[in-house]
Design a protein around this ligand. Structure first.
Ligand SMILES: NC(=O)c1ccc[n+]([C@@H]2O[C@H](COP(=O)([O-])OP(=O)(O)OC[C@H]3O[C@@H](n4cnc5c(N)ncnc54)[C@H](O)[C@@H]3O)[C@@H](O)[C@H]2O)c1
Length: 454
């Protein structure tokens, strides 16, 4: 099929070259000239495992090309909209990029107005967007669908090429059939629904993941006041529940969902925080107070400060100290800094008077210019360089290069360094409890010093 993808960011670029790789003819439409130049030179504008190789092979085969010309969407059978849908100042979704792109596509269709086409929204949008905002922009010969994407950064290419579900929320039969055909080679479970169901299903998935993370962090808070409890053990026992793992009797095949039932620095990235806020705001608009989800957000917003407080308490204050923040991307395997817990931790350290050195193996120095130009922040190329002269270090992502800290500590090279394991990547049983701290694990102090928990 002939496909146009509007917006060549994480979702659009991966979708575009992924669809090209299964035999479709794809043009990616991208507004940003710098991004276009990099893509057409075979160099993705962001890091994603396997993306560069796939992009280069599809460019070479001629099955994928990139352009800034929205009028090219008129040649496509299916147009995918994959532009950003950020949170506005009040937390509600900002649909201006999406509505702008849809209007431009509608104008392009005017060249051949009788042709039946499908416009599918890959961006995450609140329920009612397709029916209430987008469908009215097009004429009746255009089927507008919600077709949310579930890929995760860090495994985006694999997720796209091996989807667990394809969701098509579309009223018109021809629209459903065209999208079913587009994704048929993947052989994934296909859900055909009204648009609002598809739209809400995406938010439901992200709100559920966010809830698991904040739930785990609340249990961690309790553990931190119980000297003999460790959240890793507590949640490990939860993980063994056979209702969470069909194969738990054999101990094999850990479901990936369990990685969200883990304490840490909180969730971040371009999706979970903004989607949670958008869903809360959409609920309010319909007269629902989504109090559980508001609590999930509140726990998350406080988590970075809690992690930094561990370092502060161990050092007796952060003024004039040097803190190494190990990881600033929102998770391992990506260089995406959007809503990153690591950057919240950097900000918190700076506010408390520390100077900060950042080490993240995937994040370029340029991406951190805004921080380093402010002073009090520098970057390091290696873990050892980050630790040189540091009073404390805080682990904020589970990248293997950062987990290597365990070996350095075991070598005994940093006897005075306060280590805060904000991701639970180190082996806590080998900790020196006075200087090595972890989310969800109390420093060892006599039981009598702690009030019993009733
Ligand atoms: N990043 C993820 O992991 C992920 C996963 C699932 C869903 N989503 C959702 O997908 C959507 C896109 O997310 P993303 O991370 O790919 O965003 P992104 O910011 O990386 O990419 C959006 C791209 O669209 C381009 N663009 C904006 N308006 C345009 C226009 N009129 N014409 C052409 N190009 C235009 C921008 O320049 C940008 O390159 C969001 O709604 C997001 O919530 C993201």
């Amino acid at each position: 099929m002939k496909v146009a993808v509007v917006g060549c960011g994480y979702v659009g670029l991966v979708s575009g070259i992924g669809l090209a790789s299964i035999g479709h003819e794809v043009v990616g439409i991208e507004a940003d000239q710098g991004r276009r130049d990099r893509i057409s030179a075979g160099s993705p504008p962001f890091y994603e495992p396997g993306l560069r190789e796939l992009l280069r092979s599809e460019l070479e085969r001629g099955s994928f090309r990139v352009s800034g010309e929205l009028r090219l969407t008129a040649e496509a059978d299916v147009v995918l909209l994959a532009v950003q849908t950020p949170a506005g100042a009040d937390g509600a979704i900002d649909l201006s990029y999406l509505a702008g792109a849809a209007s431009a596509v509608s104008d392009a269709f005017a060249a051949d107005p009788k042709r039946q086409r499908v416009v599918a929204v890959r961006s995450t949008v609140v329920p009612g967007t397709v029916d209430g905002v987008l469908a009215p922009i097009f004429g009746p010969e255009v089927a507008v669908a919600s077709n949310p994407e579930f890929l995760r950064e860090g495994t985006a290419v694999q997720d796209f090429l091996h989807p667990d579900r394809v969701v098509v929320g579309c009223r018109e039969t021809w629209g459903r059939e065209a999208l079913a055909e587009l994704y048929a080679p993947f052989g994934a479970s296909l859900f055909l629904t009204p648009p609002a169901t598809a739209e809400l299903a995406k938010y439901t998935s992200n709100a559920f993941l966010a809830t698991l993370v904040s739930f785990s962090n609340e249990i961690a808070h309790v553990c931190e006041s119980l000297p003999q409890a460790d959240v890793e053990d507590v949640l490990g026992i939860l993980h063994a529940d056979r209702r969470l793992s069909s194969s738990s009797e054999t101990g094999e095949g850990r479901p990936e969902i369990l990685s969200y039932l883990k304490a840490g620095c909180g969730f971040g990235g371009s999706c979970l925080p903004k989607d949670l806020s958008a869903l809360i705001a959409a609920g309010e608009l319909h007269g629902h107070d989504l109090s559980l989800l508001r609590a999930v957000r509140t726990v998350n917003e406080g988590q970075a400060a809690r992690v930094v407080a561990s370092a502060r308490d161990a050092l007796g204050g952060l003024g004039r100290t040097r803190v190494a923040v190990l990881g600033v991307a929102f998770k391992a395997g990506t260089d995406d800094l959007r809503a990153s817990p690591g950057l919240r931790i950097v900000d918190e350290c700076l506010e408390q008077g520390a100077s900060v050195v950042i080490y993240d193996p995937l994040v370029s120095d340029r991406a951190l210019d805004e921080y380093t130009e402010r002073g009090s922040v520098e970057t390091a190329d290696t873990l050892e360089a980050a630790l040189a002269g540091a009073d404390a270090c805080i682990i904020t992502t589970n990248a293997p290069e950062i987990a290597a800290l365990g070996e350095l500590l075991e070598g005994g090279g940093y006897p005075e360094l306060v280590v805060v394991d904000g991701r639970r990547v180190l082996d806590a049983d080998r900790f020196d409890d006075e200087t090595q701290l972890a989310v969800g694990r109390a420093r060892v102090t006599p039981l009598a010093d702690h009030a019993p928990l009733h």
